[in-house]
Design a protein around this ligand. Structure first.
Ligand code: ACM
Ligand code: ZN
Length: 758
């Protein structure tokens, strides 16, 4: 017991850097433009007084006073210019969101305009000690001497929340606003209408509340298997609540941008007012995810009246300049056969349904412009011609954003490949069910919003970036926390910090202190893998693994015997010496436990003591694998391939469908896999009956024998380049199945159609 306590204390001391270090490392996220450590320090005490030279300065001061009160339990009082050592000074000479913070000679001075001072306060909060650090410094709140000059790289720094698929109440939106502001994000894109629910009160259309805000079933529970729990689901924000959110956000210097979707993703509205659809209905609020064919009719003037009425109620609630009108994923099926839509096209000489969508968006833009608002739309609004003053939100990669910038339109970059925060954050096998994709923290961080092909002049149209949280598979507040954080924090750094300050190692070194702070208020962020956990191809009998918890003052518990780690497993206190026999493998499994006691998923690393397979000296360019099929009964996959084949050819991947008409068969595939980087690769088969997978003629996955669908996994270190792959499979009758996948260990599998050659 004593020993454990001592180790715990030592582990703590390692992180208690601020008070003791001569040259402390600050952990500010997003990293400011310029940080100069000037030595010395200032101690914040209850006797300290603050002074604010204007109303805006007073507001910034109050944010800080509140932070000190909730974290350190005392209230700073207002003093005079003479007796105050905490000075908030409005300064019009600085850029709108810029600030200058100086901690020196027993005085803290913050200068900026209103938003700038607010951001300066966020920075000051981030360089304050965490509670354990205050304790370690004998209850002193020490802030290191520093001069920080800062301003954002991009004006638009957004986060989008989809409340259509799942509804989150106003209290939770407030919490999100607080976290956003802490990272200097300034736009909350509120996705308010969807096929699965209309979430904003519109007084002129009461059925939007009584019908469109409710759906029959939810997709909670075991929807992994496509089952529904049968319980109704719904909710909407009253206009009063919307006003409260907008006002609350404004205090945090966040503009709320409402999205009212058109012409697609409108099924909930159609369920309430079926005359607004091409067929007239009846319609039901969607209970399934995906893109629905029922959309607003573009040939019916009543639709425009409805949308103008809706926007007329929406506009006064949102003082910001922009209204998002969607525009994405609008199937044209109904328009193609709708007499009204076709008549409109004919009357206006529109050449196709894309032109009709463009007409729709332009007509709505004209209306919104007449009310003093500008529109934002998803990149589909480029199709058929952009509305004259529209801002484009580029989501299907960057192509739409690039095209719009070339057409001199403002662009917000939110490519799904980097900024869709509903994608998986890690190995799908150990992550909660997600819509798909693979977007680990590092990939979000790596995003550069200026596409290389744009000229300096065109780059000026890229106004910023946004992380999008679609909530099909994110039903609760806890799951929003989990998917959004820490990835939105990485996104905030892309949005704010100068490009030359981007440094993932520094970011990851800063993050643990932030996560400790959020753990303290029970934000359910994804606990990242500890630093130092990585698969390794061992060259000797042992290797030393040095880990660092991903949450400051957190702990790591681990096993080396393959068992699942738990709170009672070995506590990590010093580097682990991992041994493995020749040609053998050892697996380190661990959990990270936060200071509040929350445990991460089980993360693991494999240490494999085996020589790399060198790449073959070939460079095939033809995609797909060759096959030899035998139409007879096998008992073992290993016997497939002898004698003359009944059928030969090439298939894009390991596809058995061409042969399943035969009562029994065996097939051998042969080709090459393209390996992108040196490392440990995992190959997986699921087969019924047996299969054998070999790489460079060595069997890696032996899944042989007559059996029901069975998963088998094998691993092998591979050098970058081409390697031979062969798969033998047989079906002796009954169930037929062969699934093959591979990828860097613990990461998403590669797309076989891109990786196989012959
Ligand atoms: C989108 O993801 N449909 C904008
Ligand atoms: Zn129509």
């Amino acid at each position: 017991m004593k020993k454990t306590l001592l180790f715990a204390f030592m582990a703590l001391a390692c992180f208690t850097g601020l008070a003791q270090q001569k040259q402390p490392v600050l952990s500010i996220i997003p990293e400011p433009r310029s940080v100069e450590m000037i030595g010395g320090q200032v101690t914040i005490t209850p006797q300290m007084k603050y002074f604010a030279n204007s109303e805006a300065a007073q507001q910034a001061a109050e944010v800080f006073v509140q932070f000190v009160a909730s974290n350190y339990n005392f209230v700073l009082e207002k003093g005079t210019m003479q007796n105050s050592t905490l000075v908030f000074s409005e300064d019009d000479a600085l850029p709108a969101e810029g600030y200058q913070l100086t901690v020196a000679r027993n005085k803290i001075v913050l200068q900026g305009r209103a938003a700038g001072m607010f951001y300066g306060v966020q920075t000051l909060q981030q360089i304050m000690p965490l509670k354990p650090e205050v304790k370690a410094a004998k209850n002193k709140i020490i802030v290191p001497g520093v001069t920080i000059k800062d301003e954002p790289r991009f004006a638009y720094r957004g986060f989008m929340l989809d409340v259509g698929r799942h509804f989150f109440d106003v209290n939770y939106i407030r919490k999100l606003i607080q976290v956003m502001a802490f990272y200097k994000l300034n736009r909350l894109h509120w996705h308010l209408t969807e096929d699965q629910g209309w979430r904003i009160e519109i007084k002129k259309y009461p059925k939007l509340q009584s019908v469109a805000s409710q759906r029959k079933e939810t997709m909670e529970g075991p929807y992994r298997d496509g089952k529904y729990d049968g319980k109704p689901y719904g909710g909407y924000y009253t206009q009063e609540e919307v006003k409260q959110v907008v006002a609350y956000a404004a205090k945090f210097h966040i503009t709320v941008i409402p999205e009212i979707e058109m012409p697609g993703h409108a099924l909930a509205a159609l369920a309430a007012y079926p005359q607004l659809g091409c067929t007239g209905g009846p319609y039901e609020v969607a209970t399934k995810w995906g893109v629905h064919k029922e959309v607003f009719c573009a040939g019916n003037d009543e639709v425009f009246t409805f949308l103008e009425d809706v926007l007329t109620e929406v506009i006064p609630l949102f003082p910001g300049q922009y209204i998002h009108i969607g525009g994405d994923e609008c199937p044209k099926d109904r328009w193609k056969t709708c007499p009204k839509c076709q008549a409109r096209m004919k009357a206006l000489g529109l050449k196709d349904e894309h032109a009709l969508q463009s007409y729709f968006i332009q007509r709505m833009e004209k209306f919104l412009n007449s009310k003093g608002k500008k529109i934002i739309g998803w990149d589909e609004i480029l199709e058929g011609g952009l509305a004259p003053d529209a801002t484009v939100m580029s989501w299907r990669g960057e192509a739409g954003g690039i095209e719009a910038a070339k057409q001199k339109h403002d662009v917000i970059m939110t490519p799904n490949t980097y900024l869709y925060l509903d994608y998986n954050q890690g190995n799908p096998a150990t992550e909660p069910l997600a819509i798909g994709g693979y977007l680990p923290l590092e990939k979000v961080y790596s995003y550069e919003p200026y596409p290389a092909e744009l000229t300096e002049e065109q780059k000026k149209y890229i106004t910023g970036v946004q992380g999008n949280l679609w909530t099909e598979y994110i039903p609760t507040e806890k799951s929003v926390d989990y998917f959004a954080f820490p990835r939105a924090i990485a996104m905030a750094e892309i949005a704010w910090s100068p490009q030359n300050k981007k440094d993932y190692t520094r970011f990851m070194n800063s993050l643990p202190r932030h996560l400790a702070l959020w753990d303290d208020v029970r934000l359910n962020f994804r606990i990242p893998e500890p630093q130092g956990l990585a698969d390794e191809v061992m060259t000797g009998a042992n290797t030393t693994v040095t880990l660092k918890p991903s949450v400051a003052y957190g702990t790591i518990r681990y096993t080396l015997d393959g068992s699942e780690p738990a709170a009672s497993s070995t506590l990590y206190t010093k580097p682990i010496v991992v041994t493995a026999p020749s040609n053998g493998t050892t697996t380190l499994k661990l959990i990270v436990i936060t200071p509040s006691g929350r445990a991460s998923s089980v993360y693991s690393a494999t240490y494999m003591r085996k020589d790399y397979k060198t790449a073959l000296n070939i460079n095939p360019t033809t995609k797909g694998v060759k096959f030899d099929a035998y139409f007879k009964t096998f008992k073992q996959a290993k016997n497939v391939g002898e004698g003359k084949a009944d059928s030969t050819g090439v298939l894009p991947a390991f596809d058995i469908r061409p042969f399943t008409v035969k009562p029994a068969f065996g097939v051998r595939y042969e080709g090459y896999v393209k390996i992108e980087t040196d490392g440990l690769y995992e190959f997986k088969t699921n087969s019924d009956d047996g299969s054998i997978l070999a790489v460079d003629d060595e069997v890696i996955v032996d899944n042989d024998g007559e059996h029901a669908p069975t998963d088998k996994i094998g691993m092998i270190p591979l050098r970058k380049g081409f390697h031979k792959i062969s798969v033998k499979y047989f079906d002796a009758g009954g169930g037929k199945q062969l699934q093959v996948s591979f990828g860097p260990k613990g990461k998403q599998s590669v797309n076989l159609r891109n990786a196989l050659f012959h």
